[in-house]
Design a protein around this ligand. Structure first.
Ligand SMILES: *[C@@H]1O[C@H](CO)[C@@H](O)[C@H](O)[C@H]1NC(C)=O
Ligand SMILES: *[C@@H]1O[C@H](CO)[C@@H](O)[C@H](O)[C@H]1NC(C)=O
Ligand SMILES: *[C@@H]1O[C@H](CO)[C@@H](O)[C@H](O)[C@H]1NC(C)=O
Length: 230
């Protein structure tokens, strides 16, 4: 009897905890916790940033105009990300949301990448973007893609690899929102060929089924962990 009560109790506790375990960013415990980005005293952070005293926060911490302008798209990708995560908008700290703006030259791409900590919802503001989302192995690596035009939305489930490509004749841009103040980004080409230190070449020749010189060529393109090489 006592035994089955214990089991029931354990089950109940597990069920109660389940949503907390599956949530992304934790819920805030107060209205505001404006990030103290300068708190650089090597303290270990469990989640997010410490708060600055509200007496020092002023009245502007809930507003930002950083996405009103796009970045310079003359890059090897032909795209430029303007971030509005917690490091750019400290008022987001503990609120579980953030945004980015991405500008594209004609033919520019936001290379295949993953956000490890957030689902993304996007709105194309100008132009026409081919948006591709690749399902996990479970889906048979299915590519979901279509051309998304100004005023239309797309959704990227958390952790799935995706890309955008400007198929229009003009500059394009989009705004995306995340359910995390710090969604994180893993660029697939950079992770594979520009990691620091590099992934050993035999790992990549075996994984990618090509010769070492092909791997070395790709590594040279991303040397130094940057996407600067063309
Ligand atoms: C954009 O970047 C390119 C290459 O770095 C540079 O030549 C150009 O002047 C920049 N344009 C603007 C508007 O800053
Ligand atoms: C390459 O693309 C990524 C994503 O768009 C961007 O964050 C990065 O700044 C770009 N780098 C260059 C050099 O274009
Ligand atoms: C990936 O999916 C295929 C097809 O459903 C399956 O046979 C394979 O076992 C899966 N591999 C892994 C590592 O999950």
């Amino acid at each position: 009897m006592a035994y089955s009560k214990t089991i029931a109790c354990l089950l109940f506790t597990t069920l109660l905890l389940a949503p907390a375990i599956m949530a992304t960013d934790p819920d805030p415990l107060q209205d505001f916790c404006v990030a103290d980005l300068d708190d650089d005293d090597n303290k270990v952070r469990v989640n997010g940033y410490p708060c600055i005293p509200m007496s020092e926060a002023g009245d502007d911490f809930l507003f930002s105009s950083k996405l009103s302008k796009g970045g310079n798209t003359s890059t090897p990708n032909g795209s430029a990300v303007t971030r509005l995560d917690v490091t750019e908008f400290p008022g987001e700290n503990t609120q579980g949301v953030s945004m980015n703006r991405v500008d594209f030259a004609p033919g520019g791409t936001n290379p295949p990448h993953v956000h490890p900590r957030a689902t993304e919802i996007g709105l194309v503001m100008k132009g026409e973007l081919l948006v591709g989302i690749i399902g996990s192995n479970e889906s048979g690596n299915k590519l979901y893609s279509r051309v998304v035009r100004a005023g239309e939305n797309f959704l990227i489930p958390r952790g799935l690899m995706h890309f955008q490509f400007n198929v229009g004749k003009t500059e394009a841009y989009m705004v995306v929102a995340f359910n995390s103040q710090n969604p994180g980004i893993v660029f697939v080409p950079l992770s594979l060929f520009g990691s620091n230190p590099p992934i050993p070449t035999p790992v990549l020749t075996r994984a990618l089924r090509v010769d070492a010189e092909v791997v070395e060529l790709l590594k040279s393109r991303f040397a130094g962990g940057s996407l600067q090489a063309s």
